[in-house]
Design a protein around this ligand. Structure first.
Ligand code: MRU
Length: 366
């Protein structure tokens, strides 16, 4: 993605050749700041405190965290220790465990001497794979948008609703849910995006809106409770959201509030698509509602809001009476029956066990 005319990914090797640079997403949309990670502890902190977030980017950051650990100490004990440190950072997005398990498979058989180089190579490969997957999702999702545009007629805008940030900032590049949108926009199809603000951390208002603005995609930020009303009035042609974990039968776990949008879409006959990179499929779970651990985060994210004042200061204010309890469930699960289709790197498939296993037989068999 281009930021002020310069191409960025969300994670890259520092000029020193070993440290890892990321963009601090807690500062968005007001400050663009690059942070350098030098230790596995710093990588773990960046994931846990959400300097980086989004399922695919969490996975890549964890992989580089292992590389940083191996550079310090490539012993078996250090390898196990780094895995334990990183795998505990966030519980819901499965890409974290997928990436770390992949690192372990590659690194364990190696003698300590070669582990650091192997770790950097594997982390870089995971990052490259993410970009290629997202580009393919972009091409496959583009076909859906193009069909809707053709049905609507020449010059008519396709209105797409999205939730949270499943964009460039949630991945290494392109995004998952945004990849079809960027592809359609770049191909000249008029698209407009309804951006759910996505309380409590506002990844829609502060990240998705920022991305779309920089790419020149027309969009409107809406309070989270608005989508249903828009759908009732024919103002949403389709929804595309991301996923943090999709089960073997196609249940989709994503940012809290996704389920409510899926219900509204179902009630109004609005196609509800999920952009699904294959590393986000967890073939070990079937019933998403019962089996996926839902992260519960600190109450401060609900009781407080951070923003920019008129005179440019970044300030945090309290919006809940002291003494009121708050709850902060970070994700919810949308059952497969509410998902119109899964936009994967291997095509758009039905959200059911057979279609998923058919599209990814090598993963299903593991
Ligand atoms: O808590 P976050 O910001 O990490 O949650 C991110 C999401 O829910 C995204 O929609 C999901 O990770 C898909 S990202 C391609």
């Amino acid at each position: 993605m281009n930021v002020n005319g310069r191409h960025y990914r969300t994670i890259w090797l520092n000029a020193d050749g070993w440290a890892v640079d990321i963009i601090d997403q807690t500062k968005f949309p007001h400050v663009f700041e690059v942070v350098t990670l030098r230790t596995p502890e710093e990588a773990a902190f960046a994931i846990k405190d959400m300097l980086v977030r989004g399922a695919p980017l969490i996975g890549v950051t964890a992989a580089y965290g292992m590389a940083l650990a191996m550079r310090q100490d490539a012993s078996d004990a250090a390898l196990e220790g780094a895995y334990e440190l990183l795998v505990k950072t966030r519980p819901t997005a499965i890409n974290l465990k997928w990436a770390l398990d992949g690192m372990m498979r590659v690194l364990k058989p190696h003698a300590a001497g070669g582990r650091a180089a192997q770790a950097y190579a594997r982390a870089a490969a995971i990052a490259e794979e993410d970009v290629a997957i997202n580009q393919a999702i972009g091409r496959n999702g583009f076909a859906i948008i193009r069909n809707i545009a053709a049905r609507k007629g020449p010059g008519e805008t396709v209105n797409i609703l999205t939730h949270c940030n499943a964009g460039w900032l949630a991945t290494v590049d392109w995004g998952t849910a945004t990849a079809p949108i960027y592809t359609a926009h770049d191909a000249g199809i008029p698209v407009h995006v309804w951006v759910d603000e996505t309380r409590p951390r506002n990844q829609g208002a502060s990240l998705t809106a920022w991305e779309l603005l920089h790419h020149g995609v027309p969009h409107t930020v809406i309070p989270d409770n608005t989508g249903g009303h828009l759908m009732q009035h024919g103002l949403v042609d389709m929804a595309i959201v991301g996923t943090d974990r999709t089960t073997a039968r196609g249940d989709v776990c994503n940012k809290i509030g996704t389920y409510l949008k899926a219900l509204a879409a179902h009630d109004n006959g609005v196609p509800f698509y999920v952009a699904l990179p294959s590393p986000t499929i967890d073939f070990t779970v079937v019933d998403g509602v019962r089996e996926i651990p839902i992260e519960q985060r600190g109450g401060h994210e609900v009781s407080h809001l951070t923003g920019r004042t008129e005179d440019g200061r970044i300030e945090t204010v309290e919006i809940v009476p002291r003494g009121s309890k708050v709850a902060n469930y970070a994700f919810d699960v949308t059952p497969a029956r509410f998902v119109t289709g899964l936009i994967t790197e291997r095509g758009v498939i039905a959200a059911n066990r057979e279609a998923i296993a058919r599209a990814f037989p090598e993963r299903a068999a593991q």
